[in-house]
Ligand binder design. Structure first.
Ligand code: G1P
Length: 294
């Protein structure tokens, strides 16, 4: 890594959204806490970030999201009871999953004004450091973790790096879409632009933005004055398009499979994929899936 490339130690995870696509479950449970096999979806995203060297997590929360803070706290009564019953394995797992004291910040987004606004809410904790963003709706199954792959690429090229994946052209209007510049260099693609949820006919490519970003802190001063864009929301994509006029942006085509846990079908697919790969129930889950196919 050259001296001018600062390491990525902080990550912002926006968790204030309502989760309307998975109601009524999300009436009382934050969508990020819905279980995928035996742990909340959010745990997978935190694990992905930790595997990439993230040391401080900034959660942008809203009303009815208290379960998230509690989840990352110690549960003394439960731990005591597990020890008493000799359930040391589960007790050790809980221990290992509890983050270091002081390594998490919770900031409040009082109104749902859009992803760009949510990220801007984290500005004081981010300060002058480059940082990662992980959208917890999206689980990415990969080894090394998607963010770890991106950090590896960032250490070579610096600037801003965002994860992209090819989708069938007719689906591009559900995503942010990038405009590539020239030929890819391995998994890295230089960019000339990006647009949030374009009509299919106007999309600059079929490369969707997947919900993992490494950004320079200057994005915050752009977000401060960012006007509402697609869907009447303050869009991160619009602010990134502005930052691109003064800084380099690379898209990174990661190795891995993404699951959109914000939708019923995507969530179901994630549960299936993680179950079939699970140490304890993987064999049983694969057998079960075969029976459904028969
Ligand atoms: C957000 C981003 C979009 C990105 C998507 C990935 O959109 O704004 O650029 O492609 O996440 O899931 P949302 O799904 O929140 O509407």
């Amino acid at each position: 890594m050259t001296n001018s490339i600062k390491p990525i130690r902080k990550a912002v995870l926006p968790v204030a959204g309502f989760g309307t696509r998975v109601l009524p479950a999300t009436k009382t449970i934050p969508k990020e806490m819905l279980p995928v096999v035996d742990r909340p979806a959010l745990q997978y995203v935190v694990d992905e970030a930790m595997a990439a060297g993230i040391e401080h997590f900034v959660f942008v929360t809203g009303r009815n999201k208290g379960a998230i803070e509690d989840y990352f706290d110690r549960a003394y009564e439960l731990e005591y009871s597990l020890r008493e019953k000799g359930k040391t394995d589960i007790s050790k797992t809980l221990d290992a999953l509890t983050p270091k004291a002081g390594s998490m910040s919770f900031v409040r987004q009082q109104s749902a004004l859009g992803l760009g606004h949510a990220i801007w809410c984290a500005r004081d904790v981010i300060g002058n450091d480059p940082f990662a963003i992980l959208l917890p709706d999206v689980l990415i199954k990969s080894k090394p973790s998607c963010l770890a792959q991106m950090v590896g690429a960032y250490e070579k090229v610096g600037g801003n790096v965002i994860a992209v994946d090819a989708v069938p052209k007719e689906r591009v209007s559900s995503y942010g879409v990038i405009a590539p510049k020239g030929e890819p260099n391995g998994k890295l693609i230089e960019m000339s632009g990006m647009v949030e949820k374009p009509p299919v006919a106007e999309a600059p490519s079929n490369l969707k933005i997947t919900g993992r970003y490494i950004l320079q802190p200057e994005i915050m001063s752009i977000l401060k004055d960012q006007e509402a864009g697609a869907g009447g929301e303050i869009q991160l994509t619009d602010a990134m398009a502005t930052l691109m006029q003064s800084q380099t942006f690379h898209a990174y085509e990661y190795d891995g499979q993404d699951y959109d846990c914000g939708s019923k079908l995507g969530y179901f697919e994630a549960v299936l994929a993680y179950a079939m790969d699970h140490d304890e129930i993987g064999d049983g889950a694969r057998e079960m899936v075969k029976r459904f196919n028969a």
